[in-house]
Design a protein around this ligand. Structure first.
Ligand code: 4AD
Ligand code: MG
Length: 503
């Protein structure tokens, strides 16, 4: 089937005054007597189509009036620019063909709970919200590839089946590989280090698996990670690479997806502040900040703000509930019902934050040097910054075996995390790699890993070892930060969560 005769909604701007045919799905409709308004979506945008009685055969007029949400159809009509209309253009319909009528589409304009939506993800992907997130993810992935391709990196596809643990044994998925135990990869890094010794600058980009027994908003069991690895680079060099990379991808999304960011009510002004250089803190400085009076004051002020926000929303909710009692049209009732559900969800979220605030304050006050930064600690540090912030030089014991020991202080390693601002927390983890054969072997043993399993990895330190390093950026966490989406499960089309794989 050719699509020659069909115009995309995104192309309407070039077709004003012309007659076009759109092929899509019915997003929403309302009728008032002799006129119907059909909002059609076609994957490239939304367009309001107007059907007037008399301008199409009566039978068709009646058919269109009765088709349900998400019916597929083709419509033909003249394009008119209209600023007030969704998308800015309207179609005056002169003909239409219903391809497949739909009745009782389960996802109505009313809001639904997240569990319901995840069970209906195959359909929920059609919602404006998911559509916008998917478009931003697409730009992000394209920008990631462009950044590395244009900066002299070679793409290396690292294996998904691997015997090696890099990020801790506890989060490995075991699979049966023809009777032999095998694992799903947690990172492409170790193989990438081998490739970096061949090409200099390399990256891998693929699905990554972690059996994280964690139901937080930041964890998926399957996520996408891009990992660059560079020969002859040190920690300051890596930080520079990472901040240039982040500025580039943020800029790309701001340029290509402003409309989607606006729809999602993302904090565009905050993204515009993402400029070089990013602040750099050591872990030790971060620990000092966490236990300082300043942090306690910061959290106390935040609690007051959260409570004020809660009161404001509660008042708004009560107002809506009074409105609901009045005489209303069906669409007005639906709109209010949707707003009520949204506000209740926001209130529940605020309640969690209000409940957590003193717990996080206590955790911060009691933070001891040597522990890894927890989710709440990262949140606090990143809430104190407007730009992404680097935290470097973590205690050796809190981090992975492959990280390079700082030669001027052997209690810490030459690593970094990049925390996205405003409380989003870690989006990048990276380090210089231990390049000394003996020190690496010692670490492998100290971490109770079997040196035999790491023979080839150790080999890299025998044959022309050089200072090298890299990092990994999680795509879903980055999308969550850019879009302001709280939970990363919304940032991948078909999320895999610890407690459930829905679809
Ligand atoms: O900090 P991580 O574990 O680092 C590594 O895997 C290194 N080997 C990377 C490297 O140096 N080449 O993971 C890197 C990033 C995190 O900052 C986070 O964005 C993401 O991967 N990530 C997850 N995203 C979603 N769900 C999870 N369970 C994630 N675990 C890590
Ligand atoms: Mg990490």
């Amino acid at each position: 089937m050719t699509n020659n005769a069909v115009t995309c909604i995104s192309e309407l701007k070039n077709n004003v005054g012309k007659e076009v045919t759109l092929a899509g799905w019915l997003y929403n409709s309302r009728a008032s007597g002799k006129i119907q308004f059909l909002i059609i979506r076609d994957g490239t945008g939304l367009c309001q189509c107007i059907v007037e009685k008399g301008s199409v055969p009566d039978e068709l007029f009646s058919e269109l009036k009765h088709i349900g949400q998400e019916s597929s159809l083709k419509v033909t009509g003249k394009v008119r620019a209209d600023e007030r209309s969704v998308g800015g253009y309207e179609l005056n319909i002169i003909n239409a063909e219903v391809i497949c009528p739909a009745t009782d589409y389960p996802i109505t304009p009313k809001s639904h709970g997240i569990d319901f939506l995840l069970k209906h993800r195959h359909l929920h992907l059609r919602s404006s919200r998911q559509w916008c997130i998917g478009k931003i993810r697409h730009t992000l992935i394209d920008a990631i590839r462009r950044f590395f391709n244009d900066n002299g990196f070679t793409l290396i596809d690292t294996p998904i089946f691997t015997a090696m643990a890099a990020e801790g044994e506890q989060t490995l998925f075991e699979v049966d590989y023809f009777g032999e135990p095998m694992r799903l990869t947690q990172t492409g890094q170790l193989h990438l280090e081998a490739a970096a010794m061949s090409y200099g600058k390399v990256y891998c980009f693929g699905p990554t698996f972690r059996a994280e027994k964690s139901k937080t908003r930041r964890h998926l069991t399957e996520f996408w990670m891009v990992e660059p690895e560079v020969a002859y680079i040190d920690l300051p060099g890596l930080l520079e690479l990472a901040e240039n990379f982040i500025c580039f991808i943020v800029q790309a999304v701001l340029e290509s997806n402003r409309e989607q960011l606006e729809y999602l009510e993302a904090d565009i002004a905050a993204l515009e502040k993402v400029k070089l250089p990013f602040p750099r803190l050591t872990y030790t400085e971060s620990a000092g900040i966490l236990t300082s009076n300043r942090t306690q004051e910061f959290l106390a002020n935040q609690l007051v703000e959260l409570q004020n926000e809660r009161n404001r929303l509660q008042a708004q909710l009560e107002e809506l509930e009074i409105k609901q009692e009045g005489q209303l049209k069906q669409w007005q009732k639906d709109k209010i019902a949707a707003d009520v559900i949204d506000i209740k969800a926001e209130l529940a979220e605020l309640d969690t934050k209000i409940e957590n605030n003193p717990k996080h304050a206590k955790l911060a006050a009691e933070f001891e040097w040597g522990k890894d930064l927890g989710g709440s600690d990262e949140t606090i540090i990143s809430q104190m910054h407007e730009k992404p912030v680097f935290v470097t030089h973590y205690p050796k014991e809190a981090k992975a075996f492959y990280m390079r020991t700082d030669r001027s202080n052997d209690k810490v390693v030459e690593n970094f995390d990049m925390l996205a601002p405003a409380g989003f927390g870690e989006i990048i983890g990276g380090s210089a790699r231990e390049d000394d054969y003996e020190l690496l072997l010692e670490k492998i043993k100290a971490y109770q890993l079997k040196p035999d399993d790491y023979q080839w990895y150790l080999d890299l330190r025998k044959f022309g070892s050089v200072p090298h390093g890299g990092f990994g950026l999680g795509v879903e966490r980055t999308v969550a930060w850019l879009t302001g989406e709280r939970h990363i499960r919304q940032c991948i089309a078909f999320p895999r969560l610890m407690d459930k794989v829905y679809i």
